[in-house]
Unconditional design. Structure first.
Length: 149
């Protein structure tokens, strides 16, 4: 299952639901404010895929952050959550999604759509958890089956 350009939406759904194990644990006491920029190795034992799990929050805006799972062997994200990004996201078809949105991996080179260019509104799981990084991390990890060491 490593032919990234051939992934269908069903393949992506399978990968999102598959268990991904972290090589180390997220710090338990994430500060409420200030820069947070962490990266962790992930591995899917079933499909033998290496990932990076990352989260980033800038120095000034505590309620603006990104959480993502990206492929190691390919320049795309499996999933990326953007919370309070600088501007509304414009999709390749011209549609707009708000500053808080989610990206899933897409591969449609014939349509000029590759990797994470399409954003969608947040799934219902995230409805009440994006006010702070800690809550969003917990929901993201539960939703996309990221297990700590």
């Amino acid at each position: 299952m490593n032919d990234f350009e051939q992934y269908t939406q069903d393949d992506i759904d399978i990968l999102l639901a598959s268990i991904k194990n972290m090589s180390s644990n997220i710090p338990k006491n994430i500060p409420i404010f200030g820069v947070e920029d962490k990266n962790f190795d992930l591995f899917d034992k079933k499909y033998l895929i290496d990932y990076k799990f990352s989260y980033h929050r800038g120095r000034i805006e505590a309620n603006r952050f990104t959480i993502l799972i990206r492929f190691i062997q390919h320049p795309g994200h499996l999933v990326r959550l953007d919370v309070n990004s600088g501007t509304n996201h414009r999709n390749p078809d011209g549609s707009k999604v708000g500053k808080t949105h989610i990206h899933f991996y897409h591969s449609a080179p014939e349509a000029g759509i590759n990797h994470d260019k399409i954003a969608s509104p947040l799934p219902k799981e995230f409805a009440n958890c994006i006010d702070d990084l800690t809550s969003a991390l917990e929901t993201f990890m539960n939703t996309y089956v990221v297990q700590e060491n």
